[in-house]
Design a protein around this ligand. Structure first.
Ligand code: TLP
Length: 348
């Protein structure tokens, strides 16, 4: 349902907390989380760890901080990290691998988020020559944002895990939308998470919480992560107020993600029939719809402006590309409205 007359498809981060979340936040029992005694944060961390089948979890303010902490804990300064060339960590996290960790990110081409095993092998370095940093880790993204919410299957993750173990390197999964992947694949999120040494997921995206992400791993890993979170300024005191919404997000908002996927597919199918819109709806697996606008007809900037004037918001996502994301505050009417509006704009 549109909010104040606007159908906002810019991201699943725009979701507003549910009534239940607001109520839970109001009533949240709190302590001082930096001193380790906020009972609501402790409950959220236990719940998140349990959901992913990991020993322990840490509540962090954002996905970016969760990924940064994971890499900082696992990757020594002066080594390198293998990652996918279109990954969020490489492209949209402020260069934190170099800025904060002091490691070299080595971006590798993929097929919709899957780096071929041979490429991992080819790009792996260990004590070869004094010039080349040793490879200390690999990160992957499931679902993959830039690749339109593409999922990585457990079988592929198992192969990467085997590679990482063989080489003795850390495997971190940016699972900002791991529950979307799990729902799309009809598997438990544990079946995805179990292959990675650490996993980050966001409460603040499709799960609808206002703030926060979780980082999960072994007890020892999370103990180190807690120290890194503090030095990055992520110690949050009475954080139970926001953790309470996170608990509702995990308990109540996962199963409904399938509705977002159905709507994303509907949207993709609808706009694929419009002249000047380039998209393969078969590629839409979860809540993200990415398409190109024929530049002979309209630039992306003009397209977004015209859409916005009619109350439909989308985001520019790389040269010539537009992204629309479905979420709990988008219903069937918003999808119909979006298709109709794109048609109108492209006809002008
Ligand atoms: N993604 C945001 C933007 O930054 C693009 C969005 O609207 O999709 N990993 C992945 C795969 C993400 O998509 C994002 C956010 C993050 C990490 C970072 O999360 P936050 O925004 O909480 O730092």
């Amino acid at each position: 349902m549109s909010y104040k007359g606007i159908s906002d498809f810019r991201s699943d981060t725009v979701t507003r907390p549910t009534e239940k979340m607001r109520e839970a936040m109001y009533k949240a029992e709190v302590g001082d989380d930096v001193l380790g005694d906020d009972p609501t944060v402790i409950r959220l961390e236990e719940l998140a760890a349990e959901k992913l089948g990991k020993e322990s979890a840490l509540f962090v303010p954002s996905g970016t901080m969760g990924n940064t902490i994971a890499i900082k804990v696992a990757i020594p300064q002066g080594t390198e990290v293998l990652l996918e060339e279109k990954s969020h960590i490489y492209n949209f996290e402020c260069g934190n691998i170099s800025r904060i960790v002091g490691a070299l990110p080595r971006p590798i081409k993929s097929s919709r988020g899957k780096i071929p095993l041979e490429s991992l092998e080819f790009n792996f370095h260990r004590g070869e020559r004094a010039h080349i940093p040793d490879t200390a880790g690999i990160t992957l993204e499931d679902t993959h944002n830039y690749w339109g919410g593409a999922v990585l299957e457990p079988e592929y993750l198992a192969q990467v895990s085997k590679f990482a173990k063989k080489k003795g390197i850390h495997f971190h999964l940016d699972g900002a939308r791991i529950f979307n992947a799990a729902i799309a694949l009809s598997v438990d999120a544990k079946e995805l998470a179990k292959h990675a040494d650490s996993v980050m997921f966001c409460l603040s995206k499709g799960l609808g919480a206002p703030i926060g992400s979780m980082l999960a791993g072994t007890k020892e890993f999370i103990e180190s992560a807690r120290l890194v979170r503090k030095f990055l300024g992520g110690g949050m005191r009475q954080a139970g107020v926001i953790a309470a919404a996170g608990i509702v997000a995990i308990q109540e908002m996962i199963d409904r993600l399938g509705d977002d996927h159905i709507r994303a597919k509907k949207l993709a199918l609808g706009i694929s029939e419009i002249e000047g819109i380039i998209i393969d709806p078969q590629e839409v697996q979860t809540d993200i719809v990415i398409f190109e606008v024929d530049p002979e007809k309209l630039s992306v900037e003009e397209f977004l402006e015209e859409l916005g004037k009619r109350g439909v918001l989308a985001l520019s996502f790389g040269p010539g590309r537009v992204r629309m994301v479905t979420h709990k505050d988008i219903d069937d009417k918003d999808v119909e409205r979006a298709i109709k509006t794109v048609k109108e704009v492209m006809k002008q």
